[in-house]
Design a protein around this ligand. Structure first.
Ligand code: GUN
Ligand code: ZN
Length: 373
């Protein structure tokens, strides 16, 4: 039995949106799903118990950060990442590809891998398909991501072509060394904003037969319409019996469009990052809690939300905490935003199962205010 399997429960005939279940060695979770991000083996300000209670089945962590600090030997010595951070749900680890490439001039790419300077102490480091797989095996994550290059936007055709071909060769090298039977390695489709390169990337990865596929290299600054076009073009060529993961995407509008195009998994720092900025996510859009309109607003952040913040505290109190720079205020907003996205994904899944996803989407678009309110 492979470590990671996908079970299709229902597919919306009109769009391709799908409801399913992903099975992992650390439990099964319903899809579509949003994965909270715990870059440094911690979802900022939120305990594993709180993540469990809000219904999170899987979280994401990062090879790049844990490789630099505390080092994967230490995590292995602790008994793996699940034990080290006391989280017994599923974990997906990103490969470091994206973080290293975000370093800009501080790195050098060769066929062998990437040399870069640590953002922590400036020391010289090296990541490659083999190193990334070793680190992710030490971490013991359930889902391991292939080491890739996330092509910047814009990129010219020749660069995108050469980079995508290298990402494919790197995926092959990842596959050869990722030998753990308890972990599933996902391939990452690249290809920039070029349809023929996306097609080639899909074909070459599918030929290698991974237990799941991610769509990478999107939400990198391109217009949303272009992102949806690339997504549509890519997803329709992916196998139907494997999970599909859209990397780095997590605003409500992109989640709905991603699901419509047949994506099952998402991750993004957005909900926790904006929480730490004092922003609450709601079905109608964002609330900037510093705003004067909440001064004596004694309603919860969102009527009907069952999160710890909404069950116990008012907008006025949370506004006060945010203005006074109290950590607790930011923690309450993180708990709310993460629970909001769990409910959001759950509602979307129910609508697929009950054959009313189109209606869900129309309702969402009618009520959602894109900017900060
Ligand atoms: N996170 C967001 N986009 C990407 C990508 O293209 N590759 C990887 N590895 N991680 C990502
Ligand atoms: Zn809430």
């Amino acid at each position: 039995m492979p470590a990671i399997t996908y079970e299709l429960i229902k597919q919306d005939p009109a769009t391709g949106a799908r409801a399913g279940i992903i099975h992992t060695p650390h439990g099964s979770f319903p899809t579509p799903i949003f994965m909270p991000v715990g870059t440094q083996a911690s979802v900022k300000g939120v305990s594993p118990e709180e993540l469990h209670d809000m219904g999170a089945g899987i979280i994401l962590s990062n090879t790049y950060h844990l490789f630099l600090r505390p080092g994967s030997d230490l995590v292995r010595e602790a008994g793996g990442l699940h034990k080290f951070m006391n989280w017994d749900g599923a974990i997906l680890t990103d490969s470091g590809g994206f973080q290293v490439f975000s370093l800009g001039d501080l790195r050098k790419i060769t066929e062998e891998g990437v040399t870069f300077r640590s953002h922590i102490d400036g020391s010289k480091k090296f990541l490659s398909p083999e190193v990334s797989m070793k680190v992710q095996m030490d971490l013991g994550s359930d889902i391991v991501m292939a080491f890739d290059e996330c092509i910047p936007y814009p990129a010219d055709y020749d660069y995108a072509k050469a980079s995508t071909a290298r990402t494919t060769r790197w995926a092959q090298r990842c596959k050869e060394v990722m030998t753990s039977p308890h972990q599933g390695l996902f391939g990452i489709v690249q290809g920039g904003m070029y349809k023929d390169l996306r097609t080639r990337s899909v074909n070459e990865l599918v030929e290698m037969d991974f237990p799941g596929y991610a769509v990478g290299g999107l939400s990198v600054g391109e217009p949303k319409e272009l992102m949806y076009e690339m997504l549509d073009h890519t997803v329709e060529q992916l196998p139907k019996d494997k999970p599909r993961y859209l990397m780095g995407v997590g605003t409500p509008d992109c989640l709905v469009e991603g699901v419509m195009h047949g994506i099952d998994m998402f991750d993004c720092v957005f909900p926790t990052r904006v929480a730490r900025n004092g922003t609450a996510m709601t079905w109608n859009g964002r609330l900037v809690m510093k705003n004067a309109e909440f001064t004596s607003d004694f309603r919860p952040l969102e009527e009907g939300c069952d999160c710890y913040a909404c069950r116990n505290f008012s907008r006025a109190y949370i506004r006060h905490l945010v203005r006074a720079n109290e950590i607790f205020g930011l923690r309450l907003l993180s708990l709310h935003n993460l629970r909001f996205l769990q409910r959001f994904m759950h509602e979307m899944r129910q609508s697929i199962i009950e054959e009313r996803f189109g209606e869900f989407r129309r309702n969402f678009l009618d009520n959602y205010n894109y900017g900060a309110k």
